[in-house]
Design a protein around this ligand. Structure first.
Ligand code: NAD
Length: 410
């Protein structure tokens, strides 16, 4: 790891090691000059220096790596720029170390972390940066802490939009939508302007589907397929519930589907799910739970829909470790692909599939290959009336959220 743009870190390092690289970078940030050119020049120096990443993410230039823990085949790949917003929050703290350890993009893929926070959280973020440094992750080429969207999103390959406004005292739902709309309008525009044209965006901050739609609409030069929201956590929760009920391990379960909005209208669906029994035979989920349709349509759906709330009640704060785990799994599936026969729940832009109004960010079963996702086709005939009604209730809620945030903009 080589540099940071967080001013506290720069100043402390300047005192300790006043080299030309850090002073160039610090000058850009500290006096409020354009930080990105400063990063560019810093990066050139880095790439020439010993002990650093093999390829500069900004210039693309190769540099030989003369030492070190990272001088394996991994150092020959261009580091991917991963932007994490809300990096100083609970989920941020749980996810950064997994990304840096290679769990998200592969154990041979170097990464550069760009951590975006609100200004007052930057000093605290410096602590996280120090911990990242102290892990000496071979794949982590660089950490940049910033409150500047241009610095955060410049050429980013992967954007995890986690930071969002929580509901404060006296805030109603419309206020919450409005406060978050402001954040995601701004970040959508910044992505449009600065991100790689191949960027993959995952929105985690709630209301995740609507925030993803807002960001997407404010990034007209990026493909709509670049924007997704997270329902992988709901899918994993559903897999775990089914496995417990069927008395099998989670790895014996596949094709559990979550449709719709990441909210209490989501529809966790067992229609297509398969369970491998102890004897190796694969059966339908319904058969695996003894034909208990009442459970599949009632308790199962309810438990998954309300799981987030149950965790808040028990923990007195929202789920963070499991959310980080799910975000890693979402991105890993999208970038590295799904295994044959595996479906991943991704909330993606509808083009009318399964009757969902086009333009909504809706959770579908997907497969992924070569960095692209495909909504699983041809399931219509197996969806029953119960399922159709649940799927519709969820898209109607998304339409309502869309109306609400738009009316808050007037
Ligand atoms: N989709 C899901 O499955 C899922 C699951 C769990 C949590 N969430 C949501 O994820 C979000 C983050 O959760 P958390 O527990 O980490 O919250 P948190 O409050 O601990 O952290 C949020 C961080 O975002 C930062 N932030 C706020 N506005 C920002 C902005 N404009 N730019 C950059 N950073 C900003 C805050 O300073 C804070 O550090 C919440 O909205 C939560 O509801 C979603």
């Amino acid at each position: 790891m080589s540099a940071s743009t967080s001013s506290t870190s720069i100043f402390s390092r300047l005192r300790a090691a006043p080299d030309v690289l850090l002073s160039g970078l610090a000058a850009g940030v500290a006096v409020g000059l354009a930080a990105v050119p400063a990063i560019h020049s810093a990066c050139k120096l880095l790439c020439k220096g010993p002990n650093k990443a093999a390829q500069c993410p900004f210039t693309g230039a190769s540099a030989s790596s003369s030492s070190s823990s990272s001088s394996s085949s991994s150092s020959r790949k261009r580091p991917l720029v991963v932007t994490v917003t809300g990096a100083g929050g609970q989920i941020g703290y749980a996810i950064l170390f997994q990304i840096a350890a290679g769990r998200m993009l592969g154990h041979d893929q170097p990464v550069e972390l760009r951590l975006l926070e609100i200004t007052r959280a930057l000093p605290m973020l410096r602590g996280v940066e120090m911990e990242l440094e102290d892990c000496a992750f071979p794949l982590l080429t660089r950490v940049v802490c910033t409150d500047d969207e241009e610095v955060a999103f410049k050429d980013c390959d992967i954007a995890l939009l986690i930071g969002a406004r929580p509901r404060g005292p006296g805030m109603d739902r419309a206020d919450l939508l409005k406060a978050n709309a402001e954040i995601f309008v701004k970040q959508g525009r910044a992505l449009n302007k600065w991100a790689s044209r191949d960027v993959k965006v995952l929105v985690v901050g709630n209301p995740a589907n609507t925030n993803a739609k807002i960001a997407m609409e404010n990034a007209p030069d990026l493909p709509k397929t670049a924007f997704t929201a997270m329902t992988k956590l709901d899918q994993l929760r559903a897999v775990a519930q089914l496995a417990v009920r069927a008395g099998v391990g989670v790895d014996a379960v596949r094709r559990v589907v979550v449709w719709g909005n990441h909210s209490d209208t989501m529809y966790p669906d067992l229609t297509f799910a398969k369970v491998r029994r102890g004897d190796g035979r694969e059966v339908s989920a319904l058969e695996a739970v003894g034909g208990d349709e009442k459970w599949a349509h009632g308790e199962f759906v309810n438990t998954v829909q309300k799981r987030g709330g149950a965790i808040i009640q028990a923990l007195q704060k929202s789920s963070a470790a499991s959310a980080a785990n799910a975000a890693v799994a979402h991105m890993r599936a999208w970038v590295l692909g799904t295994a044959p026969g595996e479906w991943v729940s991704l909330a993606v832009c509808s083009q009318g599939e399964y009757g969902v109004p086009p333009g909504l960010i809706y959770s579908y079963p997907c497969t992924c290959k070569d960095g692209r996702y495909t909504i699983v086709p041809g399931l219509e005939n197996e969806i029953d009336d119960f399922g159709r009604q649940k799927m519709k209730a969820s898209w109607e809620q998304l339409q309502q959220e869309d109306k609400e945030w738009r009316s808050g903009q007037k």
